[in-house]
Design a protein around this ligand. Structure first.
Ligand code: FES
Ligand SMILES: [Fe+2]
Length: 420
């Protein structure tokens, strides 16, 4: 991946569209001609057990999902246990340097192959009866093999989980048939590559739990309509949310790009930090926010990139994980200013999350019928539309009244854009 060339044509073509779209958004008097009144998102999509089960099967068990950064598994034998989609998954770097994923389930009787959340191992020895696997998941040894009739050891490797990388960003999918990661990411790849996912270093990660359905929190990160209220004293002071441009792509991916209020404004928290020289003008001086469908949000900056991931932990609980990456800062610890930077970002995150438990209570109240979305919030509709497309593709049964009508097709990238 490190020798992957930047597709500057694709990057610049999008940059031009974003500039036109931001100009258009600032100047418009209402939604563009022909933009439809969006049907309400039915409230039951946040609470109905049958809908949540369908979402679990069709979305969480079948998507490419960000798992970790390759630096977290720096040496052969480094492993971590990853449980964000329920079944425990072991992600491990092999002797050959390749990072692989397996179900952490011994092929004898299902005991866990590793017990710790992270560690380093030369081989994988099940603690129950001692079956031993190599770092590629192959069964090497077992006690009293003579007592297993016709055992073909080559058929008892750990069950692999799809695991692929964009640079050092490691993604997993529990769908063995899913398309390759880079195909799934599609038009996001050239845009993300300018932020050097192949070279950036891992800084740190942390997470916190929120008492709401995961979609309540996802919705909150897909629009800038809320900026003037909940970020009045922070983000709203420097970004101009009236100018937010939106790109909607296949597979549910999308992007927002918001101009600053004052041209030439620079985030003081990033002054003095090393900046990546591959980041082009538009993302350098505006504010991007990607959604890698379904649950990854990233507002990248030339001086460092956060990835937020959102995980359902129950019908009305979820977890946010926040991962940070930086251009190489050389030897020694990460520059002190990074601690302030991450703390400031968390303060804004808190603003974003503060209403979620109360919105969750509303979704469970007779006072809540559904979610009404404006033109500015069309990215949320796009997100839900993709969920329904996947539920239908997976053939999972759901209450029909909880599905939404596809509306955003003509407003996708490649189709009509308001600015064109
Ligand atoms: S369950 Fe793993 S060795 Fe028996
Ligand atoms: Fe926000």
């Amino acid at each position: 991946m490190s020798n992957m060339q930047l597709d500057l044509d694709a990057i610049e073509a999008l940059n031009r569209r974003l500039i036109r779209a931001m100009d258009y958004e600032k100047g418009r008097g209402g939604p563009p001609d022909g933009f439809p009144a969006l049907p309400e998102i039915p409230g039951g999509r946040y609470t109905d057990p049958a809908f949540l089960e369908a979402e679990w099967q069709a979305l969480w068990k079948r998507s490419w999902l960000y798992a970790c950064h390759a630096d977290e598994l720096a040496n052969p034998g480094d492993y971590m246990l990853w449980k964000n989609t329920g079944s425990p998954i072991l992600i491990v770097r092999g002797e050959d340097g390749v990072i692989r994923a397996f179900y952490n389930t011994c092929r004898h009787r299902g005991a866990p192959v590793v017990m710790d959340d992270a560690g380093n191992a030369r081989g994988l020895v099940c603690s129950y009866h001692g079956w031993t696997y190599n770092l590629q998941g192959e069964l090497l040894n077992l006690r009293d093999r003579r007592d297993f009739v016709d055992l073909d050891m080559s058929c008892r490797s750990l069950i692999p989980v799809r695991c692929e990388q964009l640079g050092k960003w490691v993604f997993v999918s529990e769908d063995p048939e899913i398309e390759p990661l880079l195909d799934y990411l599609g038009p996001l790849v050239p845009q993300l590559m300018q932020f050097q996912p192949d070279r950036m270093r891992f800084v740190e990660k942390h997470g916190f739990d929120i008492a709401c359905n995961v979609k309540v929190m996802m919705d909150a990160f897909l629009e800038t309509y809320h900026v003037k209220s909940i970020h009045q004293h922070t983000v709203d002071r420097f970004i101009d949310s009236r100018g937010t441009a939106i790109m909607l792509w296949d597979n549910g991916h999308s992007l927002m790009c918001t101009p600053n209020r004052r041209e030439g404004w620079r985030d003081p928290g990033t002054v003095g930090l090393k900046h990546m020289d591959t980041v082009t003008d538009v993302p350098r001086i505006h504010n991007l926010s990607f959604n890698v469908y379904p649950n990854l949000i990233s507002p990248p900056h030339a001086s460092g990139v956060p990835i937020l991931t959102f995980w359902p932990t129950g019908p009305n609980t979820m977890r946010v994980e926040c991962h940070w990456f930086s251009p190489d800062w050389g030897d020694g610890p990460i520059p002190e200013v990074w601690h302030t930077r991450i703390a400031n970002f968390d303060r804004i995150l808190f603003e974003d999350t503060q209403f979620a438990p109360f919105i969750q209570q509303s979704t469970e109240s007779p006072g809540f019928e559904g979610v009404l979305l404006s033109y500015q919030e069309r990215r949320i509709y796009h997100w839900h539309e993709e969920l329904d497309r996947r539920i239908r593709a997976a053939g999972v049964a759901v209450p029909e009244e909880l599905m939404i009508e596809p509306m955003m097709g003509p407003w996708r990238d490649g189709a009509k854009q308001p600015a064109e």
